[in-house]
Design a protein around this ligand. Structure first.
Ligand code: HEM
Ligand code: HEM
Length: 178
């Protein structure tokens, strides 16, 4: 086993999971609405920290390591279709782009939520609607993200959520992409 996800990657991931979940749950009532804005700011802070860590973090945390060129992305999708996709030690090409989408969408939801609290945009309907619409898009991306994690875990017989907790994955074998 080797350590793939460093501590900041793991802490920031689970911070995002808890804060975004709390943002959603707090819209359902149950006296939780006062947690909505603080949880949203925590999510925004986690996104900013993760962006910085994408340049300064350890090997598999870096965008340069996992943001695939279009060609690599197409090759990976083609390999998936014939069930010959290799196992990646870091994020696979689809997963890497999903990371960027999730971070960008979380930032956009938090930014529009904050806008709605400013004097300039308070009570402006389209801002609230945009915030709500982007929050639903984020939820759809999260569903795809979790489906991708389950699919990849099954295909390569490894527990990827467990790896995001411990940071550790089985070392690369022949044919794996390191
Ligand atoms: C319980 C739900 C979730 C589970 C089980 C889960 C699991 C995972 C796993 C296993 C990875 C690593 C993927 C890989 O091996 O390439 C990952 C990465 C990631 N997930 Fe999730 N995830 C969940 C929810 C979320 C949510 C709600 C967000 C944020 C909106 C999120 C954002 C991310 C990001 C940004 C990464 C990239 C990690 C990094 O490199 O920093 N995830 N997730
Ligand atoms: C990233 C996490 C966030 C998510 C997933 C999220 C999600 C949502 C959703 C789904 C609603 C609609 C609730 C409803 O119509 O009953 C909502 C409303 C709202 N959110 Fe957020 N939000 C987030 C972050 C924020 C932040 C950072 C702020 C402000 C600092 C904020 C401020 C608001 C406000 C003021 C409303 C009420 C808008 C209205 O009156 O229609 N949200 N949010």
């Amino acid at each position: 086993m080797i350590t793939v996800w460093d501590l900041p990657v793991r802490l920031l991931h689970w911070t995002l999971v808890v804060s975004v979940t709390l943002c959603w749950i707090s819209t359902l009532g149950w006296g939780l609405s006062r947690w909505h804005e603080p949880a949203g700011y925590v999510a925004a802070a986690a996104v900013i920290a993760r962006l910085l860590w994408g340049f300064a973090g350890s090997r598999y945390a870096r965008f340069r390591q996992f943001v695939a060129a279009p060609r690599q992305l197409l090759d990976y999708v083609a390999a998936l279709r014939t069930r010959r996709e290799p196992r990646y030690m870091g994020h696979n090409p689809l997963g890497g782009w999903m990371v960027l989408l999730l971070l960008a969408m979380t930032a956009a939801v938090a930014a529009t939520g904050w806008l709605f609290t400013t004097d300039r945009f308070w009570g402006v309907n389209w801002v609230a609607e945009l915030h709500n619409g982007l929050a639903w898009l984020l939820l759809a991306l999260i569903a795809l993200h979790i489906a991708g994690v389950i699919f990849t875990s099954l295909r390569h017989r490894e527990n990827l959520p467990g790896a995001m907790l411990t940071g550790r994955k089985r070392a690369a074998r022949q044919g794996d992409v390191d």
